[in-house]
Design a protein around this ligand. Sequence first.
Ligand code: OFO
Length: 176
Amino acid sequence: MLNNKVEKLMNEQINAEFYSAFLYLSMSAYLERLNLPGFAKWTYVQYLEETTHALKFFNYVNERGGNVKLTTIKEPPVEWKSPLHVFEEIYKHEQHVTALINNIVDVSIQEKDHASNNLLQWYVAEQVEEEANAQLILGQLERVGDSKNGLFMLDKELGARVFNDATGTINPTTGA
Ligand code: OFO
């Protein structure tokens, strides 16, 4: 049985993860417009991963006999000032998501919902990685500055990113 308070927060988090997915997809389109295919791919892969973060909660709520409640996803921005601005926003956004996850962890502890707490530890570790990745790329972009060559090299590097399915249920080769 899923605790009611935890269930409510997990439903909100499903929405928040889908918003993250929309945000990264919108960033991917913007970076594509700047002719930065590697940056565009990195954010596109992040869009896919955010979708699986939402699905991981979705699967868990169902598995625990809870009620999934899907709600309207907020519209993401469509324009940024530069790739640097994109990663400044990503870093801020991921810090915000970490705070949301930490809040669900706090409630799961208060409510003695050990099963949920166990699932949430996956998200705690994931947020450490997400913040670290954003911070790393942000630092690289700051170092690159106005260098076209540096941006080109970083674009190549980011284009090598591969999709990591948080649910373990999606075939990465077909996306099905
Ligand atoms: Fe789902 O971790 Fe980013 O937002």
